[in-house]
Design a protein. Structure first.
Length: 444
């Protein structure tokens, strides 16, 4: 994948931004420079195989293409960034394509044939230097001043929550790829295929191998939708298909999409509830304003979900009381969403400043991954859910609040598993831009 006429100039601005950010953070944190590694594949214990390799996110932010292991980026204020690319000659494996294209003009690029040569190409005296990434055996002799020093890493993580226009465009494209996959998987479900068939249809339509996925696909029919990270797929279709929850993403030059859709096989209660949750999710997204707290959005979604549970006569209690008693969490047990970017659950959602001060996790919402105020440049997911999870609901039968639950309706809905609707939202100066809905619209 290469930069085109749109991404090329956006990358140039992105590079300029990164360089000035790194230079000012290195000055503030008193480092002479920093070395970022691409990382290398981890060996499986007792085996001659490795875990799938993914380039480290800090390195990927600068280096858009090529899965080069044991390569290094050398950033030193006042100097052009150096890219030392480990480009092995290897008749056992295919070597990554050598870096090429206009983006390489921003670096002093050298390609070396061995890991040792890559390590040897690093600056000689490193006592004033920071190193970011997993240090590998080739670097044992190197005397870095700090390995993943907290001050610099926190500051970089903090700033990663604000995306550049280049990064947003990559995520727009990742969403378009994933949307095509969702459409193909839905066609497989509608054609009475199995979970595995729906997954394979997704993979074929997105033209990715599984190691490129930003996270393992969740392809869940019927009650499997109640397992939040369901990732084992039946190879046979169920006797009766009731519902389909698919949470599946895509990667574009290292940037992730993370999309969930839920579909009902037929009209009826589950279908109506799904439609209403979809509307509540869109309504919440349209209410997003710069400066508001993401925690408040999460609370607003709880109240909205509680309102649906009441309207559908699943729970007979006021939404406020459902929130207060924790009952809404039994149906919506996870967080509203998370920052997304180079990692599907991107960094920086729980720190309040570049120094890395940790924001207190609200005790009622232990799984909420974004505690920050909404800022221009954020890209985060909005992913409410309503689930019928036996492990969470059954214990309520013997509690006071359990008397408010319509257990007959819960029993009727349990075979459908659950509902999740997840979009990726970019916060622009002029308000929220829904990357996911736009991507689905572009398919038509
Ligand atoms: N697919 C993982 C998540 O939605 O966070
Ligand atoms: Mn997500
Ligand atoms: Mn997801």
């Amino acid at each position: 994948m290469e930069h085109d006429e749109l991404l090329g100039p956006l990358y140039a601005d992105h590079h300029t931004y990164l360089l000035s950010l790194y230079e000012s953070l290195l000055e503030e944190t008193h480092w002479d420079g920093v070395i970022l590694t691409s990382g290398c594949a981890a060996a499986k214990f007792g085996d001659d195989q490795c875990h799938p390799f993914r380039v480290s996110p800090g390195y990927r932010q600068w280096v858009p293409c090529g899965d080069h292991e044991s390569s290094y980026l050398v950033i030193r204020p006042g100097h052009r960034p150096r890219l030392i690319c480990h480009q092995p000659e290897d008749y056992w494996h295919v070597s990554p394509t050598p870096p090429s294209g206009p983006w390489t003009d921003h670096f002093d690029l050298s390609c070396v044939p061995t890991r040792v040569a890559a390590a040897e190409a690093l600056p000689g005296r490193l006592s004033g230097w920071a190193f970011i990434g997993e240090p590998t055996a080739d670097l044992r002799a190197k005397d870095f001043g700090g390995v993943n020093p907290q001050g610099l890493v926190s500051a970089l993580n903090f700033h990663r929550t604000v995306k550049t226009p280049y990064e947003v465009e990559c995520m727009r494209r990742a969403n378009r790829i994933a949307a095509a996959g969702h459409r193909a998987a839905l066609a497989a479900f509608r054609a009475d295929k199995s979970e595995l068939d729906a997954h394979l249809a997704y993979m074929a339509a997105t033209r990715q191998t599984e190691t490129r996925l930003p996270y393992a696909n969740i392809v869940a029919f019927n009650e499997h939708g109640a397992t939040l990270h369901y990732d084992v797929f039946d190879s046979e279709p169920p006797p009766e298909s009731l519902s389909f929850l698919i949470d599946a993403g895509a990667d574009y030059l290292g940037y992730a999409a993370d999309i969930t859709r839920t579909h009902a096989a037929t009209d009826g209660l589950f279908s109506d509830l799904t439609e209403q949750l979809d509307e509540a999710q869109r309504c919440l997204i349209s209410s997003i304003e710069i400066g508001m707290s993401y925690v408040d959005l999460h609370v607003a979604m709880h109240l909205s979900i509680a309102g649906l549970l009441k309207r559908f006569m699943i729970v007979d209690m006021s939404p406020e009381a459902m929130l207060e008693s924790g009952l809404s969490s039994a149906f919506f047990p996870h967080g509203l969403g998370h920052h997304i970017g180079l990692q599907v659950h991107d960094v920086g959602g729980k720190i309040s400043d570049p120094a890395g001060r940790v924001i207190d996790q609200p005790s009622s919402f232990p799984f909420l991954r974004n505690l920050r105020p909404v800022s221009v440049g954020n890209v985060f997911t909005i992913e409410p859910g309503i689930y019928f999870i036996g492990q969470l609901l059954q214990p309520l039968r013997s509690k006071a609040e359990g008397s408010a639950i319509n257990w007959d309706l819960v029993s009727e809905l349990m075979p459908c598993g659950g509902i999740r609707i997840e979009d990726d939202v970019y916060v622009s100066e002029s308000g929220p831009e829904n990357l996911t809905r736009d991507a689905f619209a572009s398919l038509r």
